[in-house]
Design a protein around this ligand. Structure first.
Ligand SMILES: CCOCCOc1ccc(-c2cn(C[C@@H]3NC[C@@H](O)[C@H]3O)nn2)cc1
Length: 447
């Protein structure tokens, strides 16, 4: 048995997102988002699930803040539903939408919990999608306008802002692979969108600075790791392309001022190009105060001609898997964190999402989710190993507080520390909730 001692100043928290937990999709003037549309399109979401009710956190936020408080969390990462604030994406502000987030934030502050606010967690107003969505450069200005409204409305209350969550999911998963909303399958469109998202991020950071805001701002890319199966150059290069797909493509422009050449060339071979306007790269490179890193899984991989977008295929090494069939690979968490620190320097890092899907149910009032506890143990050990290697990690936010709407998987996949009965909306603390509560209290645990 090893004792993992975590830094005394490491912040702990949990994370959620608006469309996944709020419900109340037709209440208090909220406009429709692309996820309302996508979820109601037959065949897109398992069981035809949608976010109309979800966890009903819109009405039950006080109960959920109490769950966060009882955990002992320092921080809570939530997202704002853009169409609650601007039902048409631009134009008139919906005061009832702002009022809801004031209620939530005031409750967090009253309970001594620091709010970390994600401005964009995938629920683009449908009205903007009808006008081309993120493929249309006009959406960049619409996002900056929305962000400025939020910065001014919550000045002094919210001091940690995330512009965009997982731009890879917003661009490639949603517009090339077609798995998420709006469900397009166009590599050029996805690549154009990836650039517009980064410009929107940078322009928002610039506006935040121009407004003289006191807080901190960053973004939250998702990551993965691919460990080469052999030391053959073709395996090494294939893994570098796959890691670059999620990491380099979304980090290099922000931290190094340009896209990774090897991927620009790879896309060019596929007839895909970037339309970079004058000033775009300078905007993207605005200095940020922290970077949020989301990590769930990684794998061993090798070169395989014709496999995926980058001639790279995962190898089944027999690793244990979560109930969403993702390999459990804590080594990859360490590799991602040290790779990012080595390549991009000492920008402070918050782990803005890490967690596991295990679909354990309530038995006699208890949820024995040992798989989640083991996942958290091994991944927090990798986090500590990364900190010991000098990676400036300031906080860890577990995905997620509650079981919730897991996008295309609907309600079938459970990532929560708290179990949701979607019929009664009853919340039940899982064994992992109590385990995490103890770690937050003690600062150490046995591996
Ligand atoms: C058919 C081909 O499929 C390719 C991979 O398809 C996926 C699907 C889903 C993900 C995915 C889901 N999550 C968890 C969320 N992060 C943000 C928060 O909202 C969580 O709910 N992270 N990554 C990745 C890849």
């Amino acid at each position: 048995m090893a004792i993992i001692q975590l830094p005394k100043d490491l912040k702990f928290g949990v994370a959620t997102a608006a469309y996944q937990i709020e419900g109340a999709t037709n209440e208090d003037g909220r406009g429709q988002s692309i996820w309302d549309t996508f979820a109601k399109t037959p065949g897109k979401v398992v069981n035809g699930d949608n976010g109309d009710i979800a966890c009903d956190s819109y009405h039950r936020y006080k109960e959920d803040v109490q769950l966060i408080k009882d955990l002992g969390c320092d921080m809570y990462r939530f997202s704002v539903s853009w169409p609650r604030i601007l039902p048409n994406g631009t134009g008139d502000v919906n005061q009832a939408g702002l009022d809801y987030y004031h209620r939530l934030v005031d409750e967090l502050i009253a309970q001594g919990i620091e709010p970390m606010c994600t401005l964009y967690h995938w629920d683009l107003p449908q009205a903007l999608q009808d006008n081309g969505g993120w493929e249309n450069r006009e959406t960049i200005e619409a996002f900056v306008n929305y962000a400025e409204i939020m910065f001014k409305a919550f000045e002094g209350k919210i001091n940690k802002w995330i512009t965009i969550n997982e731009p890879w999911c917003v661009s490639y998963l949603s517009n090339y692979l077609g798995v998420h909303a709006p469900g397009n399958q166009d590599l050029q469109a996805a690549t154009t969108i990836s650039h517009h998202l980064l410009v929107a991020h940078g322009k928002t950071v610039k506006r935040y600075r121009e407004l003289g805001m006191e807080g901190e701002i960053g973004y939250a890319p998702n990551t993965t790791w691919k460990e080469p199966y052999s030391n053959q150059q073709q395996d090494i290069d294939a893994c570098r392309r796959e890691v670059g797909y999620l990491i380099d493509w979304f980090f290099d422009p922000v931290f190094l001022g340009s896209y990774p050449e090897h991927l620009v060339d790879w896309y060019k071979q596929k007839g895909v190009t970037l339309d970079i306007k004058a000033g775009d790269m300078e905007l993207i490179q605005q200095k940020i105060d922290f970077v949020g890193i989301n990590y769930y899984n990684g794998n061993v991989a090798r070169y395989q001609s014709g496999s995926g977008l980058f001639d790279c295929e995962d190898i089944d090494m027999g690793y244990n898997r979560t109930d969403i069939n993702w390999p459990i690979y804590p080594e990859g968490f360490y590799k991602v964190l040290t790779y990012i620190h080595d390549r991009y320097g000492d920008t402070p890092i918050y782990i803005t999402e890490n967690g596991a899907c295990f679909n354990d149910d309530v038995q006699q009032g208890q949820v024995k989710d040992d798989g989640r506890i083991d996942y958290l143990k091994t991944h927090l050990a990798s986090l500590q190993r990364s900190i010991d290697s000098g990676v400036p990690i300031k906080g860890y936010l577990c995905w997620s507080l509650l079981d919730n709407f897991e996008w295309a998987e609907g309600y079938t996949m459970r990532f929560g520390l708290v179990h949701m009965n979607y019929r009664t909306l009853e919340r039940t603390k899982k064994d992992s909730y109590y385990w995490y509560q103890k770690v937050i209290d003690n600062g150490w645990y046995e591996l």
